[in-house]
Design a protein around this ligand. Structure first.
Ligand code: NAD
Ligand code: MG
Length: 422
């Protein structure tokens, strides 16, 4: 039974927009918000296609706005909102997302759209100087330099939701919180170089996914449902497949370089199958700080929503007596070539991470639609990385042009891999 927060009455109410409220992160965010009705007020929700779920979220939360990205069910949703006597205004398309991300009444934006589709609206929240809770790692992978410049320029507070990055943030030196909220905002994203903070390295942990010990010969027959059955985490299908190829850890490596202003050589990937430690920071004196907890995204979500304070997340205490040991391994680079690819992409910068991300999105989608085998995902990404020449994009349009080019090429590559019907 979840208890209502008793301590929130004194805090000022913060207004929240959720980009991607029908997804796994979006729904977990609503669960945390439901524990703190006095502290947070919901302004807007959004979905791509699940109009029925968006409708029931509107019924429960009665937000000011809802955005349906895909126009096909817009008429049905508009009519249903009216029939139910709801005053929620329905908006459409990417303009609607930008509107709810940057509206002056909004304090906090949860950026939890999956994939590159989340880039523009997340940037709109950053440009508007919001407190941005970043789940959409793909936007940093694609546009890290531009994104971090925009954070600095607007004074937005960028807080990581990805459990590993949230853990690293919690293990970093505490920003000076004695000043105004502006000072908090400044210090959250300007830790300076990790070496100047006495940090030797960042230890980015990952479970190794569902196929850590499966014989490699069996990889070609892996089905989408097998790939989405993560041993520890319950997540959306795209990130679940990314976890199965360990491309997720690769994308997270690039994400961490931008968030913590370091290079990929400052980050070691450590396989930790139990997912109890969510990442660690090692200091020059040999101290290692780890953040631990149940593998439940409500913890990082609650941490970021309330930061720099702490609130209940609904997640239970770890039961130390029921833990069967915590183990650690080096990642298997032969089994998971995505790790090396992503490290090289982090080092190369420019267009390379954009191509990596775009080709991966297309290949994962093709795999989930049973058009290509599991093993072809990495082959498609590799082919795109080899074929698309290096560029240094300076604008969002240039980034999106490379993204588009990589997607088109990846689609061609997928077609070449498609199974011949028997
Ligand atoms: P999901 O597939 O469950 O949900 C995705 C959300 O994005 C849905 O609300 C969907 O309607 C919306 N969406 C999809 N395509 C869209 C489009 N073209 N335009 C507008 N909206 C669109 O995904 P998820 O697992 O919640 O992951 C969301 C993001 O959070 C991803 O970037 C993922 O890498 C990251 N993340 C997720 C987890 C997790 O535990 N699920 C953990 C860490 C990071
Ligand atoms: Mg993660």
């Amino acid at each position: 039974m979840i208890k209502q927060d008793q301590s929130s009455a004194s805090s000022e109410t913060q207004t929240v927009s959720i980009l991607g409220s029908t997804g796994s992160i979006g729904q977990s965010t609503l669960e945390v918000l439901s524990l703190h009705p006095q502290q947070f007020n919901l302004f807007a929700l959004s979905a791509n296609t699940r109009a029925d779920l968006l409708l029931s979220q509107c019924e429960k939360w009665q937000p000011d706005y809802a955005v349906l990205r895909n126009p096909e069910q817009a008429e049905w949703l508009e009519r249903s909102l009216l029939e139910k006597g709801l005053t929620t205004t329905l908006l459409h398309g990417s303009e609607g997302l930008d509107f709810i991300a940057s509206h002056e009444q909004v304090d906090i934006v949860m950026a939890s759209i999956v994939g590159s589709a989340g880039l523009r609206s997340t940037l709109a929240a950053v440009d508007a100087g919001k407190k941005v809770l970043l789940a959409n790692k793909e936007s940093l992978v694609m546009a890290g330099a531009l994104f971090m410049r925009a954070v600095k320029k607007s004074g937005a507070v960028l807080l990581p939701i990805d459990s590993e990055h949230n853990a690293i943030f919690q293990c970093m030196p505490t920003p000076d919180l004695n000043g105004s909220s502006a000072l908090c905002a400044e210090s959250a994203n300007s830790l300076g170089s990790i070496k100047a903070n006495g940090i030797r390295k960042i230890l980015l942990t990952g479970s190794g996914g569902p196929f850590r010990t499966l014989p490699i010969e069996s990889f070609s027959t892996i089905t989408p449902d097998q790939a989405c059955a993560h041993p520890n985490w319950s997540m959306g299908r795209k990130i679940s497949v990314d976890s199965a190829t360990m491309m997720n850890k690769g994308l997270e490596l690039i994400e961490a370089c931008w968030l913590f202003n370091c290079s990929s050589s400052d980050i070691d990937i450590v396989v930790h199958p139990q997912s109890v430690i969510h990442s660690m920071v090692e200091y020059l004196d040999g101290s290692v700080l780890a953040q631990m907890g149940h593998p439940d995204m409500r913890t990082p979500i609650a941490h970021a929503l309330a930061w720099p304070e702490r609130v209940e997340s609904g997640v239970e205490s770890l039961n130390w007596t029921q833990m069967n040991g915590l183990t650690f391994e080096a990642p298997d680079n032969q089994r998971f070539p995505a790790l090396k690819m992503a490290r090289q992409a982090a080092e190369a910068g420019g267009s390379v991470p954009i191509v990596l991300n775009a080709a991966n999105e297309i290949a994962v989608d093709a795999f989930l639609n049973e058009l290509i085998p599991f093993t072809a995902i990495i082959d498609v990404v590799q082919q795109c990385l080899e074929k698309i020449p290096f560029e240094e994009p300076m604008t969002l349009d240039a980034i999106e042009a490379i993204d588009f080019q990589a997607r088109e090429l990846a689609k061609d590559c997928c077609q070449a891999f498609q199974k011949v019907p028997s």
